[in-house]
Write a protein that binds this ligand. Structure first.
Ligand SMILES: NC(=O)c1ccc[n+]([C@@H]2O[C@H](COP(=O)([O-])OP(=O)(O)OC[C@H]3O[C@@H](n4cnc5c(N)ncnc54)[C@H](OP(=O)(O)O)[C@@H]3O)[C@@H](O)[C@H]2O)c1
Length: 226
């Protein structure tokens, strides 16, 4: 049995990670920011903590609660898409603050706290620390500027992941692209069922070794350019 930690797991991809890891008998610790989210996590048998990942005091408090845990797989899943703009149009500060706080500030506060827990994972061999990024944040693969605030935030979180990976001594830090997935964010017309996306990402995480530290992979295992 592994210990798995999912941050921002009230619905969509995060909740499906919780469901699948619990179905396989793993211990799951997960966070949500609403009471409904906490109830959804508890219904799946997860240990649930209420955390708004943009709140520094709440993230620090989670760090204290988890002190001493050895975590085999930790995933920062929370994300928001912000305005679905067509081109590179001027950005409103309120939109910038919301998207950058959830997608970038949250990981910059949480990942350094999680790294020591993950270093102790997999029986002291080092676990896997992942962030849900997006192919839309790949500068190398960028062929559209739709939702450019979101793209910029995911490019930034890719840099965050790479920076954290340089502090990892034995843990493996990876950025993940889940595919285009049928969730509230992805919409009903998306390519992939959430079960298949999460199943694929779990295979990537299970197969990740130290050679993958500081890499960017899609749910099907394909390596993506930064
Ligand atoms: N769906 C796709 O096609 C797709 C593609 C590429 C990347 N991704 C990435 O995959 C991740 C999950 O996406 P999804 O499709 O499952 O999105 P979703 O259905 O919109 O769910 C987003 C999750 O993030 C949580 N969240 C947002 N702000 C938060 C905050 N301040 N504190 C704590 N939790 C917060 C939400 O909690 P609440 O319920 O409280 O709002 C919810 O659980 C995101 O990082 C997203 O960018 C998704």
């Amino acid at each position: 049995m592994s210990t798995v930690l999912i941050l921002g797991a009230s619905r969509g991809i995060g909740l499906e990670f919780v469901r699948q890891y619990r179905a396989d008998g793993h211990r799951v610790i997960a966070t949500a920011r609403s009471e409904a989210g906490i109830e959804a996590l508890q219904a799946l048998g997860a240990e649930a903590h209420r955390v708004d990942l943009t709140d520094p005091a709440a993230v620090a408090g989670l760090g204290w609660k988890l002190d001493g845990e050895a975590v085999d797989v930790a995933i920062y899943n929370a994300g928001v898409i912000g305005p679905r703009s067509e081109g590179a149009q001027p950005v409103q500060q309120q939109d910038f603050d919301e998207v950058m706080h959830v997608n970038v500030l949250g990981p910059m506060m949480a990942l350094p706290l999680l790294l020591p827990l993950v270093e102790a994972g997999r029986g002291g061999q080092g676990g896997v620390l992942a962030v849900l990024s997006s192919r839309m944040g790949s500068i190398g693969a960028m062929d559209s500027n739709r939702s450019w605030l979101y793209r910029t935030s995911k490019a930034a979180v890719n840099a965050v992941l790479k920076c954290v990976s340089l502090d990892a001594r034995q843990a493996t830090c990876v950025a993940l692209h889940p595919g285009w997935v049928r969730t509230d964010m992805g919409g009903s017309g998306a390519d992939l069922a959430v079960e298949d996306s999460v199943g694929g990402m779990r295979r990537v995480l299970a197969g990740a070794s130290r050679a993958d530290n500081g890499s960017f992979h899609a749910y099907d295992g394909a390596e993506l350019p930064w």
